[in-house]
Design a protein around this ligand. Structure first.
Ligand code: NAD
Length: 448
């Protein structure tokens, strides 16, 4: 099948590459000339495990192409995916200017009689499929007033994306489920055909109406964010009541009504999705006169949690961080990605600098992205141990695997104080206590 993907960021590039991998002919379109040039030259623009191999293979097999020209990119496509940004607008609701902007452009270039399915893959508020449809129609009417619009020439489908950064290829190639919102039988048939190879093991393609599909995505992300904030509040209680959150987590996670996943406390959720999607659902709720109380609390808990380690650090240094120097392990909002959008580490950096401290950071993949945002406000180390040089303490903000079993002797010999503040609960408190560290984590007793 011929596919076009408009927007070649995290979702667009994974989507385009994985569709090419199952034999489709894919054109990815982006307005960022630099990005398109790099991709055309076989240079991958994001770090995502397993993606580069598929990306290079499909370019070589001539199934994956890149362009900045929308008209050329969609010309032969039967299905056009919109994987465009939907950042928070001024009031926190999802800003649809990118999605509706492209819809407007599509209205000018889709030809009557050349049926196309336009798929919202971006996370968009309920009612967006209708807005996209109306925008395409109006734009077509304006462009060709005598043509009478594009009735029947296209369908707009909602197909929210559930991939997780860090395991995006695996999630896309073997999704737990595919949600498709459409009432058009013609579109349904094409979407079934396209997703068939991805659900051969029997996972469902769930068809529903557009509005339910749109809400499904927000409900999924908001529920997961709620689970995280809930556990972060349990961790707060553990610290105050002398309980151990690891024990509580295991105790409740073995109940399959609750499940083991998303029960790890930490320094808050970040990333390009949870913060904006929770906020957008609250805004959408307000617009229909509903106060989504739980989600307001979820956001409030997350704000506090991002800086949960700070009072502990301040207390250890007797409330004076001026002139103190910290090693920071981890910048990405989670491991196995270079994405730093809303990363808790960035909030930690700002707070430390505001308190008069300096920071030397290391992250296996995200340092270049952080350099573009933070610049030389902090130092960057070549590896995790180099970051420890002259540091008064170590702070851990991302649970990269390589931080889990470090060489503690090296840490001891380099750090000025045997102090670790761990926002991701990487180490066993007994073992690290025996090594003589002052170790503070989330929801567990401090050692020494
Ligand atoms: N990142 C994730 O893990 C994830 C997961 C599920 C859903 N989503 C949703 O998918 C959507 C895209 O997210 P992302 O993380 O891929 O965003 P992104 O910012 O990484 O990528 C968006 C791309 O769209 C391009 N673009 C902007 N305007 C354009 C235009 N007019 N024409 C062509 N290209 C244009 C940008 O240059 C950029 O490359 C968002 O709605 C997001 O909420 C993201």
């Amino acid at each position: 099948m011929k596919i076009a993907v408009v927007g070649t960021g995290y979702v667009g590039l994974v989507t385009g590459t994985c569709f090419a991998e199952t034999g489709n002919s894919v054109v990815c379109i982006d307005i960022d000339v630099n990005k398109v040039n790099k991709l055309t030259n076989g240079e991958i623009t994001i770090y995502e495990p397993g993606l580069e191999k598929l990306f290079l293979r499909n370019i070589k097999e001539d199934r994956l192409h890149f362009t900045t020209n929308l008209e050329e990119g969609i010309r032969e496509a039967a299905i056009i995916f919109l994987a465009l940004p939907t950042p928070p607008g001024e009031n926190g609701s999802a800003d649809l200017k990118y999605v509706l902007g492209v819809a407007d452009d599509l209205g000018k270039i889709i030809k009557p009689g050349d049926y196309k399915v336009i798929v919202d893959k971006s996370t968009v508020p309920v009612g967006t499929a209708e807005k996209v449809k109306a925008t395409i129609h109006q734009s077509a009417l304006k462009a060709f007033p005598e043509g009478g619009g594009l009735d029947g020439a296209f369908d707009v489908v909602s197909n929210p994306e559930f991939l997780r950064e860090g395991v995006a290829v695996e999630d896309f190639m073997k999704p737990d489920r595919v949600v498709v919102g459409t009432n058009s039988e013609r579109a349904k048939k094409l979407m079934s055909e396209l997703f068939g190879p991805f659900v051969r093991q029997g996972n469902p393609v769930i068809f529903m109406d557009e509005r339910s599909a749109e809400l499904t995505k927000y409900a999924a992300n908001s529920f997961l964010a709620t689970k995280i904030s809930f556990m972060n509040e349990i961790a707060q209680l553990c610290e105050r009541m002398g309980a151990d959150v690891d024990m509580v987590r295991r105790g409740i996670g073995s109940d399959d009504r609750i499940g083991k996943r998303f029960l790890f406390p930490g320094i808050g959720y970040g990333g390009s999705c949870f913060p904006k999607d929770v906020q957008a659902l609250v805004k959408s709720s307000n617009e229909v006169n509903y106060d989504f109380k739980i989600l307001n609390a979820v956001m409030e808990v997350n704000e506090t949690q991002k800086l949960h380690l700070l009072p502990k650090i301040k207390k250890y240094f007797k409330d004076d961080l001026k002139g103190k120097h910290f090693a920071l392990w981890g910048l990405a909002f989670k491991p196995n990605t270079d994405d730093i959008r809303e990363a808790p580490a960035l909030y930690m950096i700002d707070a430390l600098i505001a308190a008069g401290a300096t920071v030397c950071a290391f992250d296996p993949e995200a340092m270049n992205n952080v350099k573009q945002v933070v610049g030389d406000k902090i130092e960057y180390a070549e590896n995790q141990y180099a970051a420890l040089k002259n540091a008064d303490a170590l702070i851990i903000a991302t649970e990269w695997n390589e931080f889990r079993t470090p060489d503690f002797l090296k840490i001891v010999s380099t750090l000025k104080n045997k102090a670790i503040f761990d926002g991701r609960n990487l180490f066993d408190t007994t073992a690290i206590g025996e090594l003589g560290f002052h170790y503070e984590s989330i929801g567990r007793a401090a050692t020494n």
